[in-house]
Design a protein around this ligand. Structure first.
Ligand SMILES: [Fe+2]
Length: 280
């Protein structure tokens, strides 16, 4: 059974918040996200703080010191609970092999104090914002490591999730590819990930903002591109002995590992939905 969400109140005067997904120890992108959203009163991270990148404590320190409210992704659960793999849900043998390299490195280099903190994170948060409410989850509301892709998700499934939790929108991450869709009853927003590019052939990454202009009935999601310098992160990956394939992916913007999970429609290297406004 999925956990009951914890409740979080957004102050009525707030008209914009930021949400990031999957930092994957990419401290360069996390620094850029924190700088770009520094003026916002509420910032959230939808989980998978470690994995893929180098020096996991560095990203954990950044997010915790900035007061970013964090959900527990599958990676955070695994590291916090001392599991032996990340629980990402990959089925391809090569993907699983690379995922295990990431996990073993991340687990070994995450400080015990951070592991204990990851263990305490909630899997679901329900935001209450004026008369609206938004559910934050990692994969889906029902399953932390569910891959909810744009091409394989039907509107009625989203509407049923919204109704079940009584919310106006659901924000998720986990897949690595951002997308937004308005459906009857609200919206679904995959906020993307900070940790690696969106398989576009460009090194930038994505996060999301929710805006709640005066006079609107509910917050409106928007996907925001984030340009940062991947070079220091790549240098730290090399120093840590992480695979060349991981380093190449940050520089080229093309997934070189863990890409077999992509459905046919998402598999092409192409620009993603960058404006992100729900368009019905
Ligand atoms: Fe995940």
């Amino acid at each position: 059974m999925p956990a009951e969400p914890i409740d979080f109140e957004i102050s009525p005067g707030c008209d914009r918040i930021a949400l990031c997904g999957g930092p994957y120890s990419n401290f360069g992108a996390v620094e850029a996200f924190l700088a770009q959203t520094a003026s916002l009163p509420h910032r959230f991270c939808l989980g998978d703080i470690g994995g893929f990148g180098p020096q996991p404590n560095r990203t954990l320190d950044l997010l915790r010191q900035a007061g970013v409210v964090c959900l527990q992704g599958n990676y955070d659960y695994a590291v916090g609970a001392g599991e032996r793999d990340c629980g990402c849900g990959y089925s391809d043998p090569r993907d699983r092999q690379f995922a295990q390299i990431s996990y073993d490195y991340t687990y070994a280099h995450t400080a015990p104090g951070h592991r204990a903190w990851l263990h305490t994170l909630p899997p679901l948060i329900r935001l209450h914002w004026r008369d609206g409410s938004i559910l934050l989850c990692h994969g889906s509301p029902d399953q932390v490591n569910e891959f909810v892709w744009e091409s394989t998700t039907a509107d009625p499934w989203i509407t049923a999730c919204l109704e079940r939790y009584g919310v106006d929108g659901i924000c998720a991450t986990h897949t690595g590819i951002p997308w937004v869709r308005a459906v009857p009853g609200g919206f679904w927003c995959n906020v993307g990930v900070l940790g690696r590019p969106a398989h576009e052939g460009q090194p930038h990454v994505y996060f999301a903002e929710l805006e709640f202009p005066a006079g609107c009935a509910a917050p409106v999601p928007r996907i925001v591109p984030l340009v940062y310098n991947p070079e220091p992160v790549v240098a730290a990956m090399a120093e840590a002995g992480l695979p060349q394939e991981f380093q190449d992916s940050l520089l080229s913007g093309v997934w070189t590992t863990c890409a077999e999970v992509l459905p046919e429609a998402e598999r092409a290297v192409r620009p993603r939905q960058v404006r992100g406004e729900t368009s019905g």
